[in-house]
Design a protein around this ligand. Sequence first.
Ligand SMILES: [Zn+2]
Length: 235
Amino acid sequence: MGGCHSYARTRKAVASKKRVEFSEIDGHKLKNNNTQAVPSLEEKPYLLQGYVSERIADMDIKTLSVLPAGLDEAEWMASNTIAFFKNINLFSGALSEFCTTKTCPTTRGPGDVTYYWSDEQGKKVRCSAPLYTDYTMSYIQELLTDEEVFPTGAGTDFPRGYVFLVQRIFLYLFRTLAHLYWAHFWDVVQMNMHPHLNTLFVHFVTFGREFQLLEPAETAPLEDLISTLCSHHRL
Ligand SMILES: [Zn+2]
């Protein structure tokens, strides 16, 4: 109880402090959002200059993403997809105490978009964010451990439709990250994990774009964050 109270108080204090800093965002960094008024702090705290500039290391994200000479493209995509899944799953798990059926009865993303899960008959199902995350991680885990889809034997061919399945995985992983930014950014800040989240997100998006694994329409609601992070990473 005391912990919850002090957490709420700290969170409010952080919000209050950052309200001032929000005005420091450079206008040009919001260029992809320039048809709208500057977003409110409550809506997009992840754009705060003090947060968006933080990352875990000054890495060359582009070099980390492009296909290294001599490597098979499908293999490169597979190994990176597995690594992104592990990292995003870990990240999501670390925040699971904040993402409950009470806090997130539906799965929301930037712009207050609602994400629906598609059941086996292709029917859209509205579900809580923790359930959506469970479905997502189970679905991906199943694909990654399916030898027919992600063969591990040397010289085994990847199946037809492989890229389409990787695109599906990227779609769901993107939505997981989008929900964290939209609904849990203050929780991320509270745990001092925003430098990790920013680095993971910009690497994930850069890799996804390098191999056309992410639909522009899907990433559009976070385009303001993407362009700001890319500019910080000189991408
Ligand atoms: Zn949530």
